[in-house]
Design a protein around this ligand. Structure first.
Ligand code: ADP
Length: 610
């Protein structure tokens, strides 16, 4: 075993588990908030159900005592009383059954509601988090652990509730036991304590193991996805990857299986050994009660009541201890859920943030902006300074990895600069309300999303408030030249796109790009950013798209990233990025005259076409 994981295992001790129990109240609050009616109803029914067993036992004792009296010729015995008592016993049995079913019903309805509620809250919280979070593997581990909570945690709550019910039953039963001998209860608890401690210990080991295995489980999920998904099918077939993927998955499965198996075997062995004590105790007590009955100090009814009460108490205590172990184990998992909810975004609007300017008067200014991605010290952008005037179009060029996309992400405030500042109309971007700011920026990234939804939704999502505005969707499609793609689809705008769902039609990369571009037009933002949106279009289509783009956005501020000089030269100003710094900037003409890197690259590409 890895030394670190050993420490990790040892580190979840009793204290941590106790601390984890603190997560129960907020969880209970969440359950209550999901449905006070179902939660309260379930609780009330359980309280009622709690008194049924002890009442039934007592009625049983009365029946036996009456029977013994009649058989032994005691004049105080009454047959009609026995029938009455039997009727009561029957009624109790029916009541117990009905209550049990109602409780299960309440639990399952509440469980569904709660699972949905938590899933929605997870989606909601994930939506608030920084882009940075989504680029961090530790974040995915956390998300994965939190996700698993949504379906599993309801069982724990049912356990908690049944613990409460059992607790009340136990109080009644013990009242009977204490009446016979106060020591009985003490002995019972003492005999069960080691079982509880043992169970707890193994539960904690189990949790540590699953915790450590989160990355591997995600890896397994990923392998399963690669082995069977439409996105990977092509390469998997061509490269013949299937056996390799299966073998990797198998390795993971079996190492997990062996570790789990070792723990399970140890758990079973320890459990059997520790359970000998409570079993022996039960039979010892039984012998004692029998002896007293034989000597005449207890009635036969007392015997059945006590033996029954003792047996039930033992089972109840055992269940309660097991449940407690379970609950405190699961409380550890609940902690993961709340850990996820505690992850806070850093790119947020500060209190009193101002709305984005409408219209933008001056434009953007980068002032000595440097940036390194979280978790890395390498500066991806270094001392970048430039202006983007209102209504201007600038183009960014540079080799792969030069920092173009990063620069654009900073402009849209998906990240904040590590040092330096970005100003909009002379005010730092961080002063603006971030949602409001983003409303004014339309971006289509290189890795834009292909939504497996209808064509109209693929466009409408650019401005979700206008999702049903057919006119706007159509005009956006026209602007991006997507309308020619859509008119060729069997169901037009109502055509399902992508291969994920029934009846979906896949598009070519270039066609998808036009649809994505329509999304940017849909937005009608003051600033448009296109990050190689036309890389997959042929030269003529790209030229057409950009002609339209510059016609349609005459008064708009725009940033273009492209490798094609035919496009780049349309920009008012061109920034040549190299290794995170601005190497040259100026118009196409100026840069050619300068005879620097731009001129060199332009010559290269021109030569390629000659
Ligand atoms: P370009 O758009 O010019 O191709 P990018 O801005 O995408 O360049 O990338 C610039 C550099 O930043 C690259 O070296 C890349 O490896 C790094 N980088 C990009 N995205 C991330 C990220 N999410 N986390 C860490 N490094 C990144």
């Amino acid at each position: 075993m890895h030394p670190h994981s050993a420490r990790r295992m040892a580190s979840i001790g009793w204290r941590d588990r106790f601390v984890a129990l603190r997560n129960l109240p907020p969880l209970l609050k969440m359950v209550w908030a999901t449905s006070p009616l179902l939660a309260g109803g379930g609780l009330a029914l359980r309280l009622l159900a709690a008194v049924v067993p002890v009442t039934a036992l007592w009625v049983g004792k009365l029946i036996i005592d009456q029977t013994v009296k009649i058989i032994s010729g005691d004049a105080t015995g009454s047959i009609s009383r026995i029938w009455l008592l039997l009727g009561a016993e029957l009624a109790l049995a029916v009541l117990g059954d009905v209550l049990g079913r109602c409780i299960t019903l309440c639990d399952s309805l509440l469980g569904d509601k709660f699972t949905n509620h938590v899933s929605l809250r997870l989606m909601e919280h994930a939506g608030k988090l920084d882009l940075v979070s989504f680029e961090d593997p530790a974040f995915y581990d956390k998300l994965e652990r939190a996700r698993r909570q949504t379906s599993d945690r309801m069982g724990m709550l049912a356990l908690l509730a049944s613990m409460l019910q059992n607790g009340i039953t136990l109080v009644f039963l013990s009242a009977g036991l204490v009446w016979f001998s106060p020591w009985f209860l003490v002995v019972l608890v003492a005999a069960l304590a080691p079982v509880f401690l043992g169970e707890s210990h193994f539960a904690q080991l189990g949790y540590s193991m699953l915790y450590r295995w989160t990355p591997q489980r995600r890896q397994l999920d990923y392998l399963r996805f690669l082995a069977a998904s439409n996105q990977s099918a092509k390469e998997v077939k061509i490269f013949g990857l299937s056996p390799y993927l299966i073998q990797k998955a198998e390795e993971l499965f079996s190492s997990f299986y062996f570790e789990n198996c070792r723990l399970a075997v140890r758990r079973a062995a320890a459990g059997s050994a520790l359970n000998l004590l409570p079993t022996a105790t039960y039979y010892g007590a039984y012998a004692l009660i029998l002896q007293r009955t034989l000597s005449g100090s207890l009635s036969v009814g007392d015997l059945t009541f006590l033996a029954g009460a003792f047996l039930r108490s033992r089972t109840l205590l055992q269940t309660m201890f097991a449940n407690l172990t379970n609950v405190s184990e699961q409380a550890l998992y609940v902690k993961d859920l709340f850990d996820f909810f505690d992850t806070q975004p850093t790119v947020v609007s500060k209190p009193g943030a101002i709305p984005a300017p409408r219209p933008i008067s001056k434009g953007f200014e980068f002032r000595q902006v440097s940036f390194s991605y979280p978790g890395s010290s390498r500066l991806v952008l270094r001392d970048v300074s430039f202006r983007l005037e209102r209504g201007q179009k600038i183009a960014l060029i540079g080799e792969n990895g030069a920092g173009k996309t990063t620069l654009v992400k900073l402009l849209a405030r998906l990240y904040d600069p590590t040092s330096g500042s970005i100003l909009l109309d002379g005010i730092d971007l961080r002063e603006y309300d971030v949602d409001d700011l983003r409303r004014e920026i339309g971006v289509i990234f290189q890795d834009y999303v292909r939504y497996d939804m209808k064509a109209r939704d693929n466009i409408g999502l650019g401005r979700v408030e206008e999702l049903f505005n057919q006119e706007r969707i159509e005009s956006s499609a026209q602007k991006s030249l997507a309308s020619s793609v859509i008119s060729g689809l069997p169901a037009g705008f109502d055509q399902m796109l992508g291969r994920r769902f029934e009846g979906g039609v896949d598009l070519s990369t270039g066609q998808w790009q036009k649809v994505a571009l329509a999304r940017a037009y849909m937005r009608d933002a003051q600033v448009l950013i296109l990050d190689e949106p036309t890389a997959s279009l042929d030269a003529r289509a790209e030229y057409e798209v950009f002609q339209r783009f510059s016609d349609l956005t005459r008064d708009k501020t725009a940033v273009l990233i492209s490798h094609r000089f035919s496009t780049v030269r349309m920009a008012d100003r061109i920034l040549v990025l190299e290794d995170g710094t601005v190497l040259e900037q100026g118009s196409h003409k100026q840069l050619l005259e300068l005879g620097g890197r731009y001129a060199e690259l332009f010559e290269l590409q021109a030569a390629g076409y000659r």
